[in-house]
Design a binder for this molecule. Structure first.
Ligand code: DX5
Ligand code: ZN
Length: 244
């Protein structure tokens, strides 16, 4: 077995580092095939970056596209909503078949708690994401409702950006420590995930690495998934192992 035994209350945290393939940088003309390619390469989840041109300066796709490709794989669909009104549209993403839905804590505050509650009521994992400059303390009021904390290590909006290592150093271990009392919540890292950054990400105790350009631009995606996972796993085990 790879990874480690992580003592958790709800048992939902993965034992080894999981790889979520972001399709943002894939050939969107063949999205179904690109999702299958990630599945065949050993990715654990499909990460779907939804952007509305308002919360971030880019527009990608919405729930109709997600619903259309839902049938091409049984891998979990992990939706990352970079939109201003997640509360307004949450039901659409639930209906589209997402297995987890994460949105940003920087959106207008009144919708945050109801949206998290709605997602959880539907039996779907609920998450909040923080931009690089947003402190983890912004999540404090929602801790009881979180299955996922997504730490952005690039400014949301575009794939292929450089990993902000200072953000990883500041936030990852802190997020893990902040969450441990409630056990099952997982920490995801999104932005610049690749072999060269996997050690630092794993060292932070991260549970899920989102990787887009590193996978879809790799000459051999299978080898790249395995390489990122192995490097991150080794670092994570060393970090989380009980000290003698
Ligand atoms: C950025 C997105 C990320 C990103 C990942 O707004 O949330 O998921 O596309 O792509 P890479 O791995 O290329 O940074
Ligand atoms: Zn993302």
């Amino acid at each position: 077995m790879s990874g480690i035994e992580v003592p958790v209350a709800g048992g939902r945290r993965p034992q080894g580092v999981l790889i979520a393939a972001s399709v943002l940088d894939s050939d969107l003309a063949a999205l179904g095939d690109e999702i299958r390619r990630a599945e065949d390469a050993g990715a654990d989840r499909i990460h779907l970056d939804v952007m509305d041109g308002h919360f971030v300066p880019n527009i990608t796709f919405g729930w109709t596209m997600i619903a259309a490709v839902r049938r091409v794989t049984t891998l979990p669909f992990d939706a990352h909503l970079m939109i201003s009104e997640p509360g307004r549209w949450a039901d659409k993403f639930l209906d589209a078949g997402c297995d987890s839905i994460t949105f940003h804590v920087e959106v207008d505050e009144p919708q945050i708690r109801p949206a998290l509650e709605r997602i959880r009521e539907a039996g779907v994992s609920a998450g909040l994401s923080v931009r690089p400059k947003t402190p983890l303390a912004a999540l404090d009021a929602y801790r009881d409702l979180l299955d996922i904390v997504l730490v952005m290590t690039v400014e949301p909006g575009f794939g292929g950006q450089s990993f902000q290592g200072d953000v990883a150093d500041t936030k990852l271990g802190a997020a893990r420590a902040w969450l441990d009392p409630m056990g099952a919540c997982e920490v995801q890292v999104d932005g610049g995930g690749k072999a060269a950054t996997a050690e630092q990400i794993g060292r932070g105790g991260t549970d899920v690495i989102v990787a887009g350009s590193a996978l879809y631009r790799a000459p051999d995606m299978t080898a790249e998934v395995a390489r990122i996972r192995a490097i991150a796993d080794a670092a994570r085990v060393a970090t989380l192992a009980p000290r003698p």
